[in-house]
Design a protein around this ligand. Structure first.
Ligand code: EPU
Length: 436
């Protein structure tokens, strides 16, 4: 499939699409299956590249993964988990952030783990210091190898008391996946409580884990000796839902998203309504539409759950270029998530970036040199341009901008979108978009 897509825009998107399971849950649930003594079944799994990458990683470690893309049913049989050959592991270097989460399960299963260097979107430094600190505290010994890490746990893994410096999603998952079979009690303060993490906790509980979450975002895990396989249906991908909703708004469209779940979209729906979008929550999904008239500028900051998630920010900013007045967006999760606005400016948008925190609260990037606040002045008509995709969510935002713009845009690097958006070209066709 071509890595670029040509889009002739300025036509409202109309129609129905289906969004399946969440990329940022499914990949972790696949890793969790390594902790079971029997096979696991995961349902509602989307056919996206990240699922294939994790399948490859699990297979390298001896797990048998079968996936039927039509039904969305994926099974992982961890019976024959074995250490991956170090040379083969390096093939996966740079492909994803998930390998770091294999550490705990592999240490429990095998007493050792070899993982490749991480990849993922370039939206900031994205260090793994929290992960390594946690693993060492549990008792892992970590050796940096040329293109990855080698871990062992000669004295086993033991429960810890830990306060996260920031409620990192990945670090919280690291804690969960390691603590469930560590000896004794683990207590975590300042944990992330995203819906995807809640689904991971539910999955681990089905497997035999004992985990409780308190209202103050602390999590207590009582280690158990053995766990078994699970049968679980993934929550919907709320990032993809928010992306299509933003596309409806930016193009004056009307999109019914089958599978969208209100319980995971609360903060997005509030903001969508404040901007001037309309939505109907129906039995099988949510209809998002532009009701006509002016959209309203807003002030917004991204935050960890239950705040407005950072991954909704990029698609929504495209819609904000069409809102009347000055919108302010303060990005507090990643220090460099506004790179995609360069293309919007090229297409006619008025976006000014600031180093300062332009939000209610000063965030941890306030004292650094990162342009992590944006002022967007609208409405500005967008015109077609040739644009290159910087990262997954920024990339989808480029597609939305091209759909809203007058003329034919060429968007290069579109292959990255397949990492997290299932069949997005077919969905564009279903919504009446003109593209090739
Ligand atoms: N951080 C550290 N040290 C660490 C880990 C994180 O400083 O060891 C910092 C990060 O640099 C970032 C902040 O903590 O500034 C939050 O990062 P977090 O660990 O929460 O993110 P993540 O687990 O790497 C997941 C999603 C992201 C999503 C974030 C926030 C996956 C595979 N990725 O990343 O999704 O933006 O949580 O919700 O689950 C995407 O889907 O496009 C995507 C980037």
């Amino acid at each position: 499939m071509s890595d670029s897509i040509r889009i002739t825009g300025h036509k409202p998107l109309h129609g129905e699409i289906t969004v399946r399971g969440a990329k940022n849950f499914v990949s972790k649930a696949m890793v969790a299956a390594l902790l079971g003594s029997t096979p696991s079944t995961l349902r509602n799994v989307p056919d996206i590249r990240d699922v294939h990458v994790v399948t490859g990683l699990l297979a390298l470690n001896g797990a048998q993964v079968d996936y039927d893309s039509e039904s969305g049913v994926l099974t992982v049989d961890p019976t024959d988990v074995t250490p991956a050959p170090a040379d083969d592991v390096s093939v996966h270097a740079g492909s994803s952030r998930i390998p770091i989460l294999l550490c705990g399960p592999l240490l429990h299963r095998l007493g050792s783990a070899v993982i490749p260097d991480l990849g993922g979107c370039k939206i900031g430094e994205r260090p793994v210091d929290f992960h390594l600190e946690i693993l060492e505290k549990f008792g892992a010994e970590i050796e940096q190898r040329g293109d990855g890490l080698a871990l062992s746990a000669p004295r086993g893994l033991h429960g810890i008391k830990h306060r996260l410096a920031y409620p990192s999603v990945g670090a919280t998952e690291q804690l969960l996946l390691t603590a469930v079979q560590a000896q004794g009690l683990t207590y975590v303060e300042n944990a992330a409580v995203e819906p995807e993490i809640k689904d991971l906790i539910d999955t681990l509980q089905k497997m035999g884990a004992i985990i409780s979450v308190d209202t103050d975002r602390s999590i207590t895990i009582e280690g158990v000796d053995t766990m078994h396989g699970y049968d679980h249906t993934s929550l919907a991908d709320r990032i993809e839902v928010g992306s299509w909703a933003s596309a409806a708004l930016a193009t004056h469209g009307d999109i019914f998203v089958h599978g969208a779940q209100q319980r995971t979209m609360g903060m997005f729906l509030n903001v969508f309504r404040k901007v001037g979008g309309e939505f109907d929550v129906l039995k099988d999904g949510i209809r998002f539409y532009h009701p006509g008239g002016d959209l309203t500028a807003i002030a917004l900051q991204t935050d960890v759950h239950p705040g407005f998630m950072t991954d909704w920010q990029q698609p929504l900013v495209v819609a904000l270029t069409q809102a009347k007045g000055l919108s302010i967006v303060h990005e507090t999760v990643y220090e460099q998530r506004f790179g995609f606005t360069e293309a919007l400016v090229k297409m006619g948008a008025t976006v000014q970036l600031y180093r300062e925190c332009l939000g209610d609260v000063a965030c941890r990037f306030g004292a650094s040199n990162f342009q992590h606040s944006a002022a967007i002045s609208g409405p500005t008509p967008l015109k077609a341009a040739d644009i290159d995709i910087p990262d997954l969510r920024g990339g989808f935002s480029h597609v939305i901008a091209a759909l809203a713009a007058e003329g034919t845009s060429t968007v290069t690097g579109a292959g990255i979108i397949d990492r997290g958006y299932e069949n997005f070209r077919a969905k564009l066709t279903a919504l009446g978009a003109e593209h090739e």
